[in-house]
Design a protein around this ligand. Structure first.
Ligand SMILES: [Fe+2]
Length: 193
């Protein structure tokens, strides 16, 4: 899905989920958002829920059009964002993984490895040059969990905001934005942040 000339949406919609995080009713489902930035270097922004790994990798492959990703940027380790990290790293063994120091500790716990030969640790204000696009990382601890980073692409002026500004609801359902965004903020983000 087109976002900008260089940025494509590769996320998925989940209409099977009963209770999000086991506690929130989601009548209109949920989306797990992931993006790819196609530049001289190719960066994938986050992964998706475990049930959608195959669909996500297909979405990615379609947008890659024969290219291979150079980086996976992991902004948040909650499984709806991160469940397919290990699958990605196996599928693209030459790719590097970019994340916060805290997230790499969680990766060790979740996947049994923090990919020591392939990891790039970033913190507040770190940058990553892809070519035309430069990504700037900003730490956003407790915008749900303590390891969270958000990423600003100053070329296309896009903020990849992890759980920040999120809402319930799949993207193929038309519904009022504010109600579900408010409910998501109060339930997921506000109580921690
Ligand atoms: Fe989260």
């Amino acid at each position: 899905m087109f976002v900008t000339e260089d940025i494509r949406y590769i996320g998925v919609n989940d209409h099977d989920v009963d209770l999000f995080e086991g506690q929130y009713t989601v009548e209109n489902g949920m989306s797990y958002n992931s993006y790819v930035i196609l530049d001289e270097k190719v960066a994938v922004m986050d992964t998706v829920d475990a049930h959608f790994g195959v669909e996500w990798l297909q979405n990615l492959e379609t947008e890659l059009n024969g290219r291979r990703p150079d980086y996976l940027v992991v902004q948040h380790m909650e499984p709806d964002h991160s469940a397919n990290i290990a699958v990605f790293m196996e599928t693209y063994p030459e790719a590097q993984i970019v994340s916060s120091a805290k997230a790499f500790i969680m990766m060790q716990q979740f996947f049994g490895t923090d990919f020591p030969e392939r990891k790039v640790v970033v913190g507040e204000g770190s940058t990553l040059k892809l070519g035309r696009h430069t990504l700037t990382f900003v730490t956003a601890p407790m915008v749900h969990w303590p390891e969270v980073i958000v990423t600003y692409d100053s070329t296309d002026k896009v903020l990849f905001s992890a759980d920040g500004f999120g809402k319930f609801g799949a993207l193929d359902v038309e519904e009022d934005w504010a109600d579900e965004a408010r409910r998501y903020y109060i339930g997921i983000v506000g109580k921690y942040g």
